[in-house]
Ligand binder design. Structure first.
Ligand code: NI
Length: 175
């Protein structure tokens, strides 16, 4: 089932998410719903706070559309265990901040440990867009957004435009 996405500015996007101690069927269903929501948007990553849930869950699929088979990854309790000194810059966006983009510098490669749908621990290295995406999504679990990396002037401008976008959205819903 597709869930509705929480838009910035919203205090729910600022919350620290709790670690998961037990992978229940409910949680597995939430992760599947998150993937469905992400693909429908469309986007390449989604974190639990973006659907108003505060457990450490992220989903991603950074394969280019049309080119490859879908390659969804569901992560519970993801953690960056190592990162490169080398950085890379990507123009990032976010499903909670639609139509706004900004360049963010992050480590170019990261190693991530997580628990998968079967409760098994996984560890894998990521580079390129995958590396940026996994760092962006883990940030969400700590209440951090990509606009927190950019200058205050641009951040305030984006926030004002998002407030206007949300007002218009609310107005449309009233009719
Ligand atoms: Ni995001």
């Amino acid at each position: 089932m597709k869930r509705s996405i929480v838009y910035h500015p919203d205090l729910r996007l600022k919350k620290l998410c709790a670690p998961i101690s037990d992978i229940t069927d409910d949680l597995r269903q939430t992760a599947v719903d998150m993937l469905e929501t992400m693909y429908a948007a469309p986007g390449i990553g989604l974190a639990a706070p973006q659907i108003g849930m505060f457990s450490r869950v992220v989903v991603m699929d950074c394969e280019k559309r049309d080119e490859a088979q879908p390659n969804p990854i569901i992560m519970f309790n993801p953690e960056i265990t190592a990162h490169s000194e080398e950085t890379s810059v990507y123009e990032e966006g976010c499903l909670s901040i639609p139509e706004h983009f900004a360049e963010v510098t992050r480590p170019g490669e990261v190693e991530v440990a997580w628990v998968d749908m079967n409760g098994t621990c996984q560890k894998q290295g990521f580079d390129g867009l995958w590396a940026t995406c996994v760092q962006h999504e883990i940030d969400h679990l700590n209440g951090k957004l990509f606009i927190d990396y950019i200058g205050v002037i641009k951040r305030q401008m984006i926030t004002r435009k998002m407030q206007k976008f949300k007002r218009e959205l609310a107005r449309k819903k009233d009719f």
